[in-house]
Design a protein around this ligand. Sequence first.
Ligand SMILES: [Zn+2]
Length: 426
Amino acid sequence: MYATALHCYFCGTDFPLTKLGSCPVCAHPGQESALNETLGVKYDLAALRRLLDREELARRPAGLWRYHELLPVADPAFRIDLGAGGTRLARLTRLPECVAGNMLFMKVEGSNPTGSFKDRPIGVAASTALEQGARGLACLTSGNIGSAMAAVAAKAGVPSLVFLLGSAGLADQGGAVNVEKYVQISAYGARVLSPVGDLGQLYALADRVESELGWSFMHNVQAYQTDGDKTTAFEICEQLGWQAPAAVFVPTGTGTDLFGIWQGFVLFKELGFIGTLPRMFAVQPAGAASLLSAWEARQQVPAILERIEPNLAPPISHRVSGYHAYKALLESGGGAVAVSDDEMLAAVKDLAAYEGIYCEAASAAALAGIRRALTRGLLEVEEISHKSIVGILTSHGLKNSLALSQVFTPPPQVEGTWEALRSLLN
Ligand SMILES: [Zn+2]
């Protein structure tokens, strides 16, 4: 295996490759803090440079494990393969922003096996946990992590437990659970529970699940999740002809995905597979945009928001995102934008009606964020017209259709005659 250490990107300490949810030097267990999320996985670059080249990678089948040397699972028997990864990088052609030739692409992650990008990070983290000896899998989720984890648990033949948060995305704010996600997770055979208590209590409960049952709680293998997210960047580089785009827009909750994607580009550059790095932009819902606040105020560490406003994107609504994502957007020369419910809904409808891509509102934040960045002058003309801008459409629209049923009126009835149809179509 070429993974060598867990590395804290805040204090710089290396740790052995064991289960470690957060840096013991920097994190604040039991409290929300951006410093709870600072860890990533380091690799033996010299060995990888000798071993891998672009031609070798290009010969392999598509999917997560195409990049197995760049993932922290040594024994092939533990690499759970549901066919995650290998998703389309769609060039947008009909959106008003693109008809003039602007180079906008969307990475369509809703076509992953359980309908979201989470099949990458959870596929890798769950495989790692099982290789390290876990006897079952557990997580706390607003839905997509739960679906991804329950599916790999089913394939691996181990039990799984999902604490499913309500639509407010926070245990202590209640709200109904997302029905589509609840049904999907249950179908994979996971035990689904609706937790009551604050996040500190729930993480303490998670530690108990680990110590009493010998299961792995996905939050405690978060650093390994970022490695699954790296594969998104690897694929984008290959799909653009071994080049990085000018900028990448990522709908951002905890920020693990944004950080992982950034790390993927960095790793490919260190291996000599690409020549430049993209600027990374976080897109967050207005009223839940801790990274935007931190970026605008030049905070050293993102502060926790007093409260978050209810919105259409619970998967990316957190009081604070991880420091690792903040570091990625600062290092890359990117930034952060906030988008409203109306902007996300317009993006859902436009992606579907112009481009044939149906995604969840939280995913469409990627396009809404690009639009916001264009309006605010955050993107150079050169970047959008001669290079390329990529948005990450994190999940499929069928994950969240009920929430959108308020937007589209029920279909009107039509009599079965040509005259009646004709008058309606007119
Ligand atoms: Zn640290």
